[in-house]
Ligand binder design. Structure first.
Ligand code: CA
Length: 220
């Protein structure tokens, strides 16, 4: 899962970026409305954390422009304390949830998990596919209750596939959702991650759909 964090306060931006990385997400950051607007228009984020008080273009305007151009990714807005009118403006502009500053990072992580879950049509924080379970709260994956040892990239690939279980996910889509913008992307490495995951999962769980991509399914 790849996220965009838009926050102009450097300390908070760094805290958000660190916490989200630690939780297994790929994270891009912007510190002003112009960059945020551009990134949100052009990159396929799974969710966005958007501060509303931003330099150059304010957050509500950025959000409205995304929604006007059909960008439907879940957006969690950050609002100033005691600013109920900001919350109203944010929700009216198309925000899916909001948090008031200061907030606890655990709450932000929980709200993001809920947004990502709903976007994928899942009701529970634990995603399952046959014997495979992925607990999005702890970032732990298990097969029949046995923990899988996964690298950061393997976790991102598996998390993306299980959010879209039974659907075909192309290699290009995986590349866009597991790497950050500045990363030297090489779609061949996706094949390497898939090969490693296949060794760790029961046989047949990651199907190759020729010419289209991969699909996570229950083992036969
Ligand atoms: Ca701000």
């Amino acid at each position: 899962m790849r996220l965009l964090v838009v926050e102009d306060e450097p300390t908070l931006q760094a805290q958000l970026s660190d916490a989200l990385h630690a939780a297994g997400y790929a994270v891009d950051c912007a510190d002003n409305g112009v960059d945020a607007s551009h990134l949100g228009e052009t990159e396929p984020y799974d969710a966005v954390v958007l501060d509303l008080g931003l330099p150059r273009i304010d957050g509500v305007t950025v959000l409205k422009s995304w929604r006007a151009s059909g960008r439907a990714m879940p957006v969690l807005v950050l609002t100033a304390r005691d600013s109920w009118h900001e919350k109203v403006a944010g929700i009216d502009a198309g925000a899916d949830d909001y948090l008031t500053k200061p907030f606890h990072m655990e709450e932000l992580l929980a709200r993001l998990r809920a947004l990502l879950r709903r976007a994928g049509g899942h009701a529970s924080a634990e995603l399952r596919c046959g014997p495979l379970a992925l607990d999005t709260r702890s970032g732990r994956a298990t097969v029949d209750g046995q923990a899988l040892q996964l690298t950061g990239h393997e976790y991102r690939v598996l998390a993306y596939l299980i959010h879209r279980r039974d659907q075909v996910v192309s290699r290009a889509e995986l590349v866009e959702h597991i790497y950050e913008q500045d990363f030297d992307r090489d779609s061949n490495t996706v094949e390497v991650f898939i090969a490693r995951l296949r060794k760790k999962l029961p046989p047949g769980m990651i199907e190759t759909v020729r010419g289209l991509g991969y699909r996570l399914v229950e083992p036969q």
